[in-house]
Design a protein. Sequence first.
Length: 498
Amino acid sequence: VIFARGGLPGSGRVWLLLIPALTSVLLGPRWGIAAGAISGLTYVFFTVAISQEWVAPQVQEDLTALAPLLSEGGAFLLVAVILTLILWSFSRSWLQALAGADAANRRLQAQARELEETNERLRRQTSQLQATAEIARAGSSTLDPDKLLEEAVRRIQMEFGPMGVHCVGLFLLDETQRSAVLRAASGEAGQSLLGIGYAVELDETSTVGRCITYRQACTALDVEEETATPETLTTPRACSEIALPLRSRGRILGALSVQSAQEATLSEADIAVLQAIADQVAVAIDNAVLFSQTEAALEELQAVQRRYQAQAWHEFLSRKPAAQVNHTQPGAQPVDEAFLREVRRAARVHGRTVATSRPPQDTDGRDTAPQAALGVPLKLWGQVIGTVALHATDGQRRWTAEDIALAETVAEQATLTVENLRLMDETQRRAAREQLTREITDRMRRATSVEDIVQTAVDGLFDALEASRTFVRLGPAPPAQEDGEVDRKPEIPTRITS
């Protein structure tokens, strides 16, 4: 209608431009391109139609009149307003999209930073848990408390050093339970303090003292005010300190001291990990101490057993003549008793197998026949109770490892057999003694008077011990004198058997 009324110079071109712009904003770019193509084809169609006079525009002769100007101006203003509104709406949507994208980008950056911090915390926690596990493993495999403390200090310094920790110390209570002695520390200052035997009192003047006294973690934000905290010129000044108790089985063994060059450098999670490490160290130290005490008790028990074995064997051998068995092959050369005695003595003194040979000349330079001997001790619970000596007059004889192993095996079995025989003899003697005691007791219970009881006891002891004289004394206890001495006047024997 617009092209038919006004022709190509009219306002139709403006409306054709408005259609693709409006379609692009409302329906999207693809529909806008399609609308632009349709507008272009429409303009071409009307151009051809007007040029071929298929359409005759109703053009007014006076184009300067007010009505055409108002019509064209109104159309232009309407199109301008519509385009302005479209561009304003589009720009507002674009700005909103940009703002949303910027906010999303900031959220993504914050989430990325949070994720990175979380990953860093997880890495630190994993490393700290690994350090805790390694310290626990070292505590289960190391029974030396000093090595365990050094390993714990090294791991703590390595894990927490990047966070500002510059000094780590482990204190253990002394025997008086009144002070804590530094047993392991990191850094040159710690090593120098170890050399002088540094210790802190269990009072309010130090973080370590308060920690052990109150059995809980204690912190100090300014260690310069801690009178018990040493300072050196070779290490950075400590700004803060935390002390954690070493707890094991309800007891406090000491404290773990961690000094930092920064304030509040350790988080709650770090403190929890340090407390776990301190507990692991305390349990390991307690186990090592218990193991040492068990070893000492075992050694004492073994010493008592050895003394008992020695006494039992002494009594056993005193009741029997010295046992010695010799076996000599027919036609063998005479045995050099002095040479064999020397071999037996060496095996008995050193407590191990002795393989030796005598040269063709003795110490006096006289010619002798070359001989070889093998002495094996009979050992029971580390005590030598006898020897086995093998003698060879063949000077070329060399005792091989198989010979020595066979001799030691036979000697071990012989020792066990002899010990079993001794135990059997001791058991029989104890059974006989108990039987005799039971018989005497039974006879005493059948007695009807005190004199019969005493007489039965005297007769039983006389027969059992084969004594030449046996007597029993009955009477009140001697009165105590003023000076504390006891009257030693003998009582009159009630029954004597001789």
